[in-house]
Each structure stands twice: as structure tokens, then as C-alpha cells.
Write a protein that binds this ligand. Structure first.
Ligand code: SF4
Length: 390
């Protein structure tokens, strides 16, 4: 990446490796969630120890299949899920030790963990800081009990009330939250009052995304059975359009459709997905992208632990895949470099023609090999991405 006085310009950066680890258990399965996750209540998972040992086995298996992985430097590690804060810190600590024994780590490796409000406490953040975790993201979604009820999310009022104070006094400075909008039953003002609450505290990273209806979820079944309403699309579009200016006024950079960060606080790990960088995906339901190949693990913790992950890889198709992620970035990027590195010549030509057409339509700016969307593209984004990949 290249830092200018007031922007970061994303560049091709594929000599480093990220590691994603999926911990699949949660207190309760939320109705809208389509990640692989299982609700198990407040206690620990029965198979936690064996799951962590399977993580190690999988890392070794992937290395034996791709020996060049050993030559990569790890610059991001991301513990996601599910709810990884449900696992004991000791297990994360041991696993980090293991990773450090297998790979070289960059000096400033970003090590992130997702935390749910019910687990968050000053003590937990102290433990995380001690084992080297340096970024924490909390899935808040909304502070409104009616909204949380609608989402079928576990809600511990005391924890929701204290989470902001816990985050602002955290020894870990790279902290962020997720907030959701367009939840039926809530008003636009409910979302903006939640947002104001966190903006006032100046949290360095905010993911602001709309509720979506995903196939196979409890929420989609409830909508089909007329028990719940669909997401409020009109409200979602209004909020989506309001956010860039509001967030900019508050000192945030809009770097991806749904992600805002204070300068330098972007999620380095998530940027890998958008900028086509390689990553190792470990755990049930995890996906990986290594040496131009993709793989996915079974979405079942038992199956994952019983059978070693299959060495089945599918060749990635950058001619279509690159656009799906790269054009989600709202911060500038070196488009020529990306196109020349990953695309075949005819596709490069087609992409270049398309973005110049967008420029004429006033949807983006193109200056010296650098592309950046304008806000005008926001509501058309899905169609525009489709257009360039067709
Ligand atoms: S806590 Fe997160 S991962 Fe777990 S069920 Fe809810 S949305 Fe899904």
C-alpha cells in the first residue's frame, strides 16, 4: 500500500500470507446467520481441545501439500467464527505459539479476534493483549433490545451497557464494532442513535452493514411463513447514502462498501479478501486461497475433526473473481497493476474499456493508473460489478 497525505492507495501485495481460523461455536445461533456456527449455550464446547488439535493437523497438512507456504511471511492472523471469544485464551495462545513455530511472522503482524458482547470484559482484553492479539472486533449489531430480539440474538443487557467503556479502556487500541441497519421494527433514528453513541467514543473501526435475507437461515424460513418481515430496503438505501459523508465528517475513511476506519486502522486481514491476496483458511467451514487455488472445509465440526481435510483444490478464476472483490473498495487502488498481475490480456482490455465508460458516466475517477469509485456508484454497485464480469 502507498500512503499519501490523506489517502491510502491499495496495491498488489501477494508475497505475504494471512491465516484465518474458524471457531464454529456460539452462545446461540442467530436467526439471520448463514456462517457455519452452532449454538451451544453458555458453557464451553465439549470438543474444544480436539478442535484445536485438528487446527494444528490441518496447518501441517496444508504445508505438506504446499511446501512453499513455509517461505511466506505471515502478516495477518484472524480468529473468526462463530464466536472465537468462547474458546479459552490458553488455546488461542498455544495455537499462536504453534503458528510461530511453523512460520515466520512479520514484525507488525495484525492478530485479530472477533468477540461477542457476552464474553467481553476488561480481563479478557488484558489476556488477549498478553498473548499478542492486537485487534478486537465486537459484533454488537444493535443496542436496541427490540432489534436484537428480531435478529434472534442473545442479549445480556449489562454486557451491552458496559461494552463501550470496556473497549475504550482496552489495552488493545485497534478495536471496532459491527452495527446493522434495516432491521424491521426499528427506525432510521434507532440506527443513527447507536451510531452516534459509538462515534462519540471515537472507536477506530466501524463496520456498518445492512441486514440481508440469506437462504437456509431461520430468518428466511420465518419470512416465508409470514412470521417476520423482510429487511427494510428503502431505509437501507437511505442510510447507505447518508453514511459516507457523515463518517467522513467524523474523521473516518470509507475503504470498503460497509467498512470505515480512522486512518491506519483498516482491517489488514479483510483487505486481503478484497485485494486478492493469499490466505490459509483453517477449521470447519473455513475457505482458503493459496497459490491460485481455492478450497473449502466441511461445515461440520465433527466431520472436520474425524477426517483430515481433503486435498481438493479448485483453480481460481481471476477473470471473474477479481472484480467481485476489488470493486468493493471505495478507497483508491492501482487498477492497472491489479489487472496486469491477474488478468488475461483480452480481459484487461475489456475491464479498461468498462471503467473508462464508468468514468464518462461520472461514477468513478481514473488518474495515473489509480481507480476510485464516486459515491454515485454506491446504489448501482452490484449491477456495475456484474457488468464488468460478464
Ligand atoms: S454470534 Fe455471529 S456467528 Fe454466531 S450465530 Fe450469531 S451472527 Fe452467527
Amino acid at each position: 500500500m502507498k500512503q499519501t497525505t490523506n489517502e491510502t492507495i491499495w496495491q498488489v501485495r501477494n508475497s505475504f500470507l494471512g491465516i484465518y481460523v474458524h471457531f464454529p461455536y456460539c452462545f446461540k445461533k442467530c436467526d439471520y446467520c448463514d456462517f457455519y456456527s452452532e449454538g451451544i449455550g453458555s458453557g464451553p464446547a465439549n470438543d474444544e481441545m480436539s478442535l484445536f488439535s485438528s487446527y494444528q493437523k490441518e496447518v501441517l497438512e496444508r504445508i505438506s501439500h504446499f511446501p512453499n507456504l513455509k517461505n511466506k511471511t505471515i502478516d495477518t492472523v484472524f480468529f473468526g467464527g462463530g464466536t472465537p471469544s468462547k474458546a479459552t485464551t490458553k488455546h488461542w495462545e498455544n495455537f499462536l505459539h504453534f503458528l510461530r513455530s511453523e512460520f515466520e511472522f512479520a514484525k507488525e503482524t495484525e492478530i485479530s479476534i472477533e468477540v461477542n458482547p457476552e464474553d467481553l470484559s476488561p480481563n479478557l482484553l488484558d489476556e488477549y493483549a498478553k498473548i499478542g492479539i492486537n485487534r478486537v472486533n465486537v459484533g454488537v449489531q444493535t443496542r436496541n433490545p427490540i432489534g436484537l430480539e428480531f435478529l434472534g440474538r442473545h442479549f445480556d443487557k449489562e454486557k451491552y451497557d458496559s461494552l463501550l467503556c470496556t473497549l475504550t479502556s482496552s489495552p488493545i487500541k485497534r478495536v471496532g464494532i459491527d452495527l446493522m441497519y434495516g432491521i424491521p421494527g426499528l427506525q432510521e433514528s434507532d440506527f443513527f442513535s447507536d451510531l452516534a453513541y459509538f462515534l462519540e467514543a471515537g472507536l477506530p473501526h466501524l463496520s456498518l452493514y445492512s441486514l440481508t435475507l440469506e437462504k437456509g437461515t431461520q430468518y428466511s424460513r420465518d419470512v416465508k411463513d409470514h412470521k417476520k418481515s423482510e429487511p427494510e430496503e428503502k431505509t437501507q438505501s437511505e442510510i447507505l447514502l447518508t453514511l459516507p459523508e457523515l463518517m467522513e465528517k467524523n474523521g473516518y475513511r470509507w475503504y470498503e462498501v460497509s467498512n470505515y476506519a480512522k486512518p491506519g486502522f483498516e482491517s489488514k486481514h479483510n483487505l486481503k479478501y478484497w485485494t486478492y491476496e493469499p490466505y490459509l483458511g483453517i477449521g470447519p467451514g473455513a475457505h482458503g486461497f493459496i497459490e491460485g487455488s481455492r478450497y473449502g472445509n466441511p461445515r461440520n465440526a465433527m466431520t472436520y475433526q474425524k477426517k483430515p481435510p481433503k486435498n481438493q483444490y479448485e483453480e481460481a478464476t481471476p477473470n471473474t473473481e477479481l472484480a467481485l472483490t476489488l470493486f468493493r473498495l471505495f478507497s483508491p487502488f492501482q487498477y492497472l497493476e491489479f489487472f496486469q498481475t491477474y488478468l488475461e490480456l483480452p480481459t484487461q482490455t475489456k475491464y479498461i474499456e468498462t471503467i473508462h465508460k464508468w468514468e464518462k458516466q461520472g461514477l468513478c475517477s481514473i488518474v495515473s493508473g489509480v481507480f476510485q469509485w464516486k459515491k454515485e456508484a454506491l446504489l448501482l454497485l452490484d449491477d456495475l460489478i456484474l457488468e464488468i464480469t460478464e
